[in-house]
Design a binder for this molecule. Structure first.
Ligand SMILES: [Zn+2]
Ligand SMILES: [Zn+2]
Length: 320
């Protein structure tokens, strides 16, 4: 007979360190709840994998570097950034185009490999951000909470750990997405193991590439993932502070071309806050939006369809 407490009981009785550890592997473990004591303080044990991800980058000291390792790191940055911006953001959070269930799942898996939690968690917090941008209810406003908190503090708290399913009923209807969201450690671990195995294989069959298991693990997984993470969250921190404002929005969002390059188009953030319903975020032809080009290519290949455009009335409102 199991002695495992019921969810309701464990919410009260389980020591917090055990609960935090279990949440590494199963995010459905009950949290303190958004209004419990300490809900807005960083849970360092729960956050340990995030800290470890950064420390593991120091592995470059021991594994060295090769062109192969850098190419793998860059390719994984690009592929995963596209999955985040095109799918986690423009598809799952804002529903700005349509696709098949298979393509939806494939990009949910690639998105999960970004180590930014599951698609439901990501979309739920993001919808909350748009609804309450730069108010006290915004989970990550630099104006309200400060730069560091908006960049990488808010999501390490018990308040933010839970996936607010009530914000994403459209996505929660898919059991495969709920599974990815609940066991959000699975895909990152598989990617790390696969990269290590690939490096070991290449070391034996193609020694002229001068790579190894450790090298592909450190560069392809740890370094690439940490860069990907910090680039992504500049949109929460820097793109609500630095840049120009084309539209008068209630929030403090900015258009920033440097951030747009780094994040494949997300830096046109004032455009996006004014009209989040478009699959395109660079509203002018010169506003480079790599994700939009990628989505157009996918549409040509028949993988996605009904990309929502920027309406003429939105462009007519532009102040510059
Ligand atoms: Zn924003
Ligand atoms: Zn958005």
């Amino acid at each position: 007979m199991s002695h495992r407490p019921t969810p309701a009981a464990s919410m009260v009785a389980a020591p917090s360190h055990r609960r935090s550890l279990r949440q590494w592997f199963d995010t459905a473990e009950p949290t303190l709840g958004p209004d419990g004591p300490g809900a807005d303080r960083i849970d360092w044990l729960r956050a340990a994998p995030f800290v470890a991800l950064h420390l593991a980058c120091l592995g470059v000291i021991w594994v060295g570097v090769s062109t192969t390792a850098l190419a793998v790191a860059a390719a994984l940055y690009a592929l995963r950034m596209f999955a985040l911006t095109g799918f986690y953001h423009r598809y799952f959070s804002h529903r700005t185009f349509r696709t098949s269930r298979a393509v939806q799942f494939a990009f949910a898996v690639i998105g999960a490999a970004c180590v930014q939690r599951g698609p439901l968690w990501w979309a739920a917090h993001h919808r909350n951000h748009h609804r309450n941008a730069d108010t006290l209810l915004d989970p990550h406003s630099p104006g309200v909470h400060g730069f560091l908190w908006s960049h990488m503090g808010w999501f390490l708290t018990p308040r933010a750990f839970r996936t607010e399913l009530e914000r994403v009923p459209d996505l929660a209807a898919y059991p495969e997405l709920r599974w990815l969201d609940r066991y959000d450690i699975a895909v990152p671990v598989l990617l790390a193991v696969a990269l290590y195995a690939l490096g070991v294989l290449l070391q034996h069959v193609a020694p002229e590439l001068h790579t190894s298991g450790g090298q592909l693990l450190v560069w392809g997984f740890f370094v690439s993932t940490v860069l990907l993470f910090h680039a992504t969250v500049t949109i929460n921190s820097l793109a609500h502070r630095f840049g120009s404002r084309r539209f008068t929005t209630r929030d403090d969002s900015r258009n920033n071309p440097w951030l747009a390059l780094l994040t494949f188009g997300e830096g046109w953030h004032n455009n996006h806050h004014y009209f989040p319903g478009s699959a395109r975020q660079g509203f002018r032809w010169w506003e480079i939006d790599l994700t939009w080009y990628g989505l157009k290519l996918m549409a040509l290949l028949g993988l996605v369809h009904d990309l929502k455009p920027v309406p003429a009335w939105v462009l007519a409102k532009a102040e510059r």
